[in-house]
Design a protein. Structure first.
Length: 135
């Protein structure tokens, strides 16, 4: 079934310039499935989350909280100021043994899971992960 008919946007891949978040989104109705891949440019969560928030497709829902794997980041902010949002975006941590994952809690209560591609990953390898969610 076409994902647009079920209310889910088609995949979004942006990685062409510094201004764009390197993100591929392909939402799934199955909570056990990943909903996308994100390739941040650094390990500074407080810098990268506003970029993710700004590049998140509007028709994919609005984030109310982000839960991250602490081992993936050099900082561990409790909340982050993001563009076009009143107040700060709250964050939380996954268990310490979880890595390369980000869980977005949406305003409607849905959870969206993204694989986090480490910043130092080669463009060739990162592109493979991003393309997997662009189909």
């Amino acid at each position: 079934m076409d994902s647009r008919r079920r209310g889910y946007p088609r995949a979004v891949v942006r990685m062409d310039t510094q201004e764009h978040v390197r993100l591929a989104v392909k939402l799934s109705a199955d909570r056990r499935q990943l909903d996308g891949a994100w390739w941040p440019r650094s390990r500074a969560l407080s810098v990268e989350l506003p970029l993710l928030f700004g590049g998140w497709p509007a028709d994919a829902g609005h984030m109310s909280r982000v839960i991250y794997a602490p081992g993936d980041w050099d900082d561990r902010p409790a909340a982050v100021t993001v563009p076009r949002r009143h107040g700060r975006l709250r964050t939380g941590m996954l268990p310490a043994n979880e890595t390369h994952q980000l869980v977005l809690i949406m305003l409607d209560g849905r959870r969206r899971s993204l694989v986090v591609i480490p910043p130092g990953t080669s463009e060739e390898t990162a592109a493979k992960y991003l393309r997997a969610f662009a189909r």
